[in-house]
Design a protein around this ligand. Structure first.
Ligand SMILES: C[S@@+](CC[C@H](N)C(=O)[O-])C[C@H]1O[C@@H](n2cnc3c(N)ncnc32)[C@H](O)[C@@H]1O
Length: 459
């Protein structure tokens, strides 16, 4: 079968990337955009392991609903907005169950805790400026192609889809996005050209504290250009008095990342505050915070319930970010040690401890790999409980080995990538003598194949 060939496929399931799966002439095929229950026409993009994308729906699925977003199908932000939410949750549960059974762990996986409502949940969006715009099929002829502010089109590093509206981000974000684009164009500010490495505007990051209403606008630029940025910022603030802080980050490197080498606060305190349950968090532009505030409350309470440290226990929180899980644990633990790479997040974590009157939490800046090795010289007592919440790649293998050596009696593993986590949990069981006491998946990212999963282990 050649690339570009169109084939008809009955979609039977979803794979871990959220693509529909079916078979063609007895061979398994993954179809981007295909939903369980549909019969689709798909164009082949890879031949060896058959892959393709949806061209047309031949037969609708009984599980299908109408998408809310005008960009659904083109934008890669959502994988399956047209799949009824209850079906999404059961597909995610299947993913979690098969990840654990795939590494030989027989675990009873409960239902995924869903997000209600499953729209407008993101408290942070990172949009890209681009000089090579992706033009959608329904756009008028002759539309300008040299300026876009939105998301990368899946599979195209160079093309940016101009986003007018998104069903996932917070309510005010559509209007902020439109103004950011309009003002940049009115002022003639050039977007970044990813091939030529020219242009000023690189990213627009919007953040909101759902519990406080505070809003941050972070403009990431390729150089200082303070006078240009100040004019843009003044116009933004005039149109949007709801913005409580506006910052500029400068990223002179080629890598397309939204954090900068230097940050300049143009308006407000440079941070926003979020309130989750009875805890308050200061968040700066370059610090990690859970992107779904509603579900963060659910996640934190599950972690608190499963961790439930006693007054005598020492807790280590590896990859602690701005200290959310550390602070939740600190209420009942003897002391908590948080380890985190990003300096700004560590500063925020310390400020958050003070903000919440927490005196028994200590935060160590640096690579967890080095810090955990040096913990004894830092006067951190050995942990009775380790909470680990690594980035998508999972624990560094050497951190996993260090955990096995430290052998805390209990571990709570918070994972946003169960396929990477399951083998590490199996290693803790097989090599460390742990048993899995409970697993609880939480849907932090509705309409995407990502699922958060909390695993409680006891040695
Ligand atoms: C998934 S977040 C967890 C944040 C935190 N538990 C929370 O709920 O807010 C992962 C964190 O790991 C940090 N990180 C990534 N690599 C690291 C490393 N090598 N050493 C320490 N921290 C790291 C990131 O900066 C990020 O804050």
């Amino acid at each position: 079968m050649r690339r570009g060939t169109e084939v008809e496929v009955r979609i039977e399931g979803l794979d871990r990337k959220g693509r529909g799966t079916g078979s063609v002439d007895g061979r398994a095929m993954a179809v981007r955009g295909g939903l369980p229950g549909q019969v689709v026409r798909a164009r082949v993009t890879r031949r060896r392991r058959l892959e393709g994308y949806l061209v047309d729906v031949v037969e609708r699925s009984p599980l299908e609903v109408d998408a809310r977003c005008p960009h659904s199908g083109t934008c890669g932000g959502c994988a399956f907005q047209e799949l009824a939410y209850a079906e999404q949750l059961s597909a995610l549960r299947e993913q979690v169950a098969s990840a654990f059974s795939g590494v030989g762990l027989a675990i009873d996986v409960p239902e995924v805790l869903g997000c209600d409502p499953p729209f407008g949940y993101r408290n942070k969006m990172d949009f890209t400026f681009g000089a090579m715009r992706w033009v959608e099929l329904d756009e008028p002829e002759g539309v300008a192609r040299d300026f876009a502010l939105g998301m990368h089109v899946p599979g195209r590093y160079d093309r940016v889809l101009d986003i007018r509206s998104c069903a996932l981000h917070f309510e005010e974000a559509d209007a902020l996005l439109t103004s950011a684009r309009d003002i940049a164009r009115e002022h003639g500010l050039p977007p970044w050209h990813v091939v030529r490495h020219t242009g000023l505007l690189r990213h627009l990051v919007l953040r909101k504290g759902f519990g406080t209403g505070e809003i941050m606008v972070d403009l990431v630029t390729s150089e200082d250009a303070y006078a240009h940025v100040d004019r843009w910022a003044a116009a933004m603030l005039e149109r949007h008095p709801e913005v409580t802080t506006l910052v500029q980050n400068v990223n002179t490197r080629l890598a397309s990342i939204a954090s900068g080498e230097r940050e300049r606060v143009i308006h407000g305190p440079g941070t926003i505050t979020e309130r989750i349950g009875d805890l308050a968090f200061t968040i700066s532009a370059n610090s990690f915070f859970q992107t779904n505030s509603r579900q963060a409350a659910v996640l934190f309470s599950i972690v608190s319930e499963l961790a439930a440290p006693t007054g005598d226990e020492v807790v280590w929180d590896l990859y602690c970010g701005t200290g959310a899980l550390s602070l939740a644990a600190a209420r009942t633990a003897r002391e908590v040690w948080g380890f985190e790479l990003a300096d700004s997040a560590v500063e925020d974590a310390r400020a958050n401890a003070a903000l919440n009157g927490v005196k028994n939490a200590h935060f160590v800046a640096g690579d967890v790999l080095a810090s955990v090795g040096e913990a004894s010289s830092l006067a951190a007592p050995s942990p009775d409980l380790a909470i680990v919440d690594p980035p998508r790649a999972g624990l560094h293998p050497k951190v996993l080995s260090a955990l096995l050596r430290l052998a805390p009696p209990r571990i709570v593993y918070v994972s946003c990538n169960v396929h990477g986590t399951a083998p590490q949990v199996a290693a803790l069981v097989d090599e460390g003598g742990y048993t899995v006491e409970r697993v609880q998946p939480v849907d932090m990212f509705p309409h995407t194949p990502h699922v958060e999963c909390v695993v409680a282990l006891r040695r």
